[in-house]
Design a protein around this ligand. Structure first.
Ligand SMILES: [Zn+2]
Length: 404
């Protein structure tokens, strides 16, 4: 018999921009069956009833930029290079659990040391391990000597780009990741210098497009961002040093920004001697203020924003993903728009907008029930004690309701 569950008397932020007070949501099997006012919806007989008084129900959150293979160590590059791939995979499985426990029911993993991210994805999908849905890129594609080569494959020329992109897709990639500028973590690369050519980036877009997949481009500097947008990518990761022309191009092409404010903020907050290499610390500190201004400019200008944390980078811990919403709100985003960036907008970027990201009939029942009102104080999403239940595909998998 199909399981039926009714959450009653809850505030519902449904991901379409609407807020329902005192609403009922009915879940049948793995899907949402109905959403309505308390008086308008009757609860089917035999349904499990969850009392939602004082609680807020929202779509399970989607983090569009994580690295489950990275463990937030001060020197993540050294850490991942010194451990065996199988130990990395076991740790990644643990981080997947921390992620879903925090109300993140889907992640886009944009760069891993090998293809084991797809094994983890399959194990989670099969119900063997707890964790979020994973849309993974496998290895990032970068130029020779380029940023992110510790979780990427170095290429030269369009033919190699096509080969490596096809290898990722064959292994199970749901998105292709390209590196269009230098980065913070990779020694010897400058964030404001472009990497890969427009033609190489466009080759990745073409191969991904043939498979119906999107391309996420890492880019800090404006030149790298412009190359990536002109090549046809779907999102700019970090978008750190925006200028007016780049903002215009992003709007014109409907390209998402995935700001990952947490990545620079958590690094820049550290002191010398914390273990983060000095070069990394200097780069992060030098860009943090500009990054914040770029975010505010993108938001004001109407650039589409999808939530992403870069979890796994130094002191940017898996399971603390919701801090990104707090950071966006602190820089002027409304709480509602921060929630939308982590639900409906993110679902669109990951290509799952017909399945996830809103609380509407027929959608997958990926839900987050929290104690309090995140529209009044976004920080309630960051407090583990306030998570009453995390539901994935119609089952509570985390929080007190998972034990009940
Ligand atoms: Zn990243």
């Amino acid at each position: 018999m199909t399981r039926v569950l009714a959450i009653r008397s809850a505030r519902v932020i449904d991901g379409t921009g609407r807020v329902w007070e005192n609403a009922t949501v009915i879940v049948r099997g793995d899907r949402i069956a109905a959403v309505g006012g308390q008086r308008d919806l009757s609860v089917p007989r035999g349904a499990r009833i969850v009392d939602g008084r004082g609680l807020t129900l929202l779509p399970g959150m989607i983090d569009c930029h994580v690295h489950l293979c990275l463990g937030s160590e001060a020197d993540v590059v050294a850490a991942v290079e010194q451990e065996s791939p199988s130990l990395t995979l076991l740790k990644a499985a643990h981080r997947a659990r921390q992620t879903i426990d925090a109300g993140i029911t889907t992640v886009r993993d944009v760069g891993s040391r090998d293809h084991s991210i797809f094994a983890l994805q399959r194990a989670i999908d099969a119900g063997i391990l707890p964790g979020p849905r994973i849309v993974g890129s496998g290895l990032a594609i970068c130029m020779i000597g380029g940023h992110a080569r510790f979780i990427g494959r170095e290429v030269e020329g369009e033919a190699q780009v096509r080969t490596v992109a096809r290898e990722q897709l064959a292994a199970g990639a749901g998105v292709i990741k390209v590196i269009a500028s230098g980065g913070v973590l990779t020694p010897g690369t400058s964030p404001d210098v472009a990497q890969m050519t427009v033609r190489e980036l466009a080759a990745a877009v073409a191969v991904a497009g043939e498979a119906g997949k999107k391309v996420a481009a890492h880019a800090h500097g404006a030149s790298g961002m412009k190359n990536a947008i002109r090549a046809g990518v779907h999102s700019i990761e970090h978008a750190t040093l925006l200028d007016d022309e780049t903002v215009g191009l992003m709007r014109e092409h409907g390209v998402f920004a995935v700001p990952t404010l947490s990545a620079l903020a958590t690094t820049a907050a550290c002191r010398r001697g914390c273990g983060i290499p000095d070069s990394v610390l200097e780069k992060a500190r030098g860009m943090t203020k500009r990054h914040q201004r770029s975010f505010a400019q993108a938001y004001r200008s109407g650039v589409r924003i999808a939530m992403g944390t870069d979890a796994g980078t130094p002191f940017n811990f898996h399971g603390e993903n919701a801090q990104e919403l707090e950071r966006m709100v602190a820089l002027g985003m409304t709480a509602m728009n921060a929630i939308l960036s982590a639900t409906a907008e993110a679902a669109e970027l990951v290509g799952l907008q017909n399945t996830l990201g809103t609380i509407q009939p027929k959608r997958q029942a990926d839900l987050l029930l929290v104690d309090g009102n995140p529209l009044k104080r976004i920080g309630v999403l960051c407090e583990p004690d306030r998570i009453v239940g995390v539901m994935k595909a119609g089952r509570f998998v985390s929080g007190p309701l998972a034990q009940a």
